[in-house]
Ligand binder design. Structure first.
Ligand SMILES: Nc1nc2c(ncn2[C@@H]2O[C@H](COP(=O)(O)OP(=O)(O)OP(=O)(O)O)[C@@H](O)[C@H]2O)c(=O)[nH]1
Ligand SMILES: [Mg+2]
Length: 335
């Protein structure tokens, strides 16, 4: 997934179809003195429906779709014939799409399953034809119901990625580089901060056809939970991940401190983030000789409160162990 086509927020105006009018037709036939009312019902207006689709990963396909309008129901007609229902409009969205009312910001629904359908604008009911109103006191009602008008409003769709593993780290920690070596994703990589401006997703294809999805989000800095940097806007994307992989570069001044700052930002954003499984990868460890490594080990052993491993994306070290470990964490039996 490249940077340009990642869209995680769109606003759409949705309008459903009007219900068709009921008919007030009176049957007339030669030689039949009083045919009576035979006006059919109006058809239902079309709904606007959002449907979960597991093969979609972004809202990019909706970027230029500002209005979605379903069809009107047809009017009823003679011989009690019911008008056709208006055409429904179905919009496919990725799993993890949250639907809000744009005006009130209220969450209306959330799409989490493939094929799940949510009606976001309900089509108006068709009116009843006049034959329904025939009674002993009124044999020829000349009245039929009008159709109910459709509804329209603005909805905001916001995507929370449903990746298995979320990468957490300061800018420049090597997150995108890692994604590029363990998955087929080709994120932008550079030696400056905030190279990644939008999340990237990659699928790790692993021995015996095992797969899991990793999300690389822009770097988090101190104060991110209050809106510093750009990472905070994307923190919601790792709210759903079951496992968090922290990346801390081997040349960090204080590895433990960096880890604690990151944890603190997550906690301040949403305390539930700390309920997730955590693994720490000391990245760029090709820069360490064995002596330095031993020193870091001595410092970190038992003091982090989470398991850690040394990796290097550039030298391809520790990557299999990393994948094994992540797989194990993702598939451990939950008690
Ligand atoms: N020596 C070494 N350098 C690495 C390694 N992994 C990444 N780098 C370098 O670190 C720099 C930053 O890498 P990125 O992958 O862009 O870092 P990031 O965490 O995605 O950064 P942001 O997108 O800015 O948050 C680049 O110059 C990479 O070449 C590694 O394993 N070893
Ligand atoms: Mg990056």
């Amino acid at each position: 997934m490249t940077e340009g086509n990642f869209v995680d927020y769109v606003k759409i105006h949705v309008s459903s179809g009007n219900g068709g009018k009921g008919s007030a037709h009176l049957h007339r036939e030669k030689y039949v003195a009083k045919g009576g009312p035979d006006g059919g019902d109006g058809g239902r207006g079309g709904h606007v429906i959002l449907r979960g689709n597991k093969n979609l990963w972004t809202l990019f396909h909706l970027k230029f779709k500002r209005h979605v309008k379903a069809g009107h129901g047809e009017h009823g007609s003679k011989q009690r014939s019911t008008g056709a229902d208006g055409q429904d409009e179905i919009i496919d969205v990725p799993l993890g799409t949250v639907i809000r009312d744009t005006e009130t910001q209220e969450v209306l629904h959330e799409i989490t399953e493939d094929g799940q359908e949510i009606v976001v604008a309900e089509g108006g009911k068709g009116g009843l034809g006049n034959w329904h109103f025939k009674s002993s006191t009124n044999q020829t009602p000349r009245y039929a119901q009008p159709g109910i008008p459709g509804e329209e409003h603005d909805v905001t769709l916001e995507l929370k990625i449903l990746a298995d593993v979320g990468l957490v780290g300061f800018p420049n920690a090597g997150k995108s580089t890692l994604l590029s070596v363990i998955t087929a994703a080709k994120p932008k990589i550079a030696d400056y901060e905030f190279t990644t401006l939008k999340p990237n997703l990659g699928i790790v294809e692993y021995r015996d056809f095992k797969t899991f999805v990793v999300a690389d989000i822009p770097g988090i800095i101190e104060g991110a939970a209050e809106g510093k940097g750009i990472g905070h806007r994307f923190l919601r994307h790792i709210e759903r991940n079951s496992t968090l992989l922290f990346l801390i570069p081997a040349d960090a001044k204080d590895i433990k401190k960096q880890y604690e700052i990151l944890l603190d930002e997550l906690r301040r954003y949403n305390p539930e983030m700390l309920d997730k499984d955590r693994l720490i990868a000391i990245s760029k460890s090709d820069m360490l000789d064995s002596e330095l490594k031993a020193e870091i080990k001595k410092e970190l052993d038992g003091s982090l409160g989470a398991p850690y491993i040394f990796i290097s994306s550039v030298a391809q070290q520790g990557l299999t162990e990393l994948k094994d470990k992540l797989w194990e964490m993702l598939n451990k039996e939950t008690v």
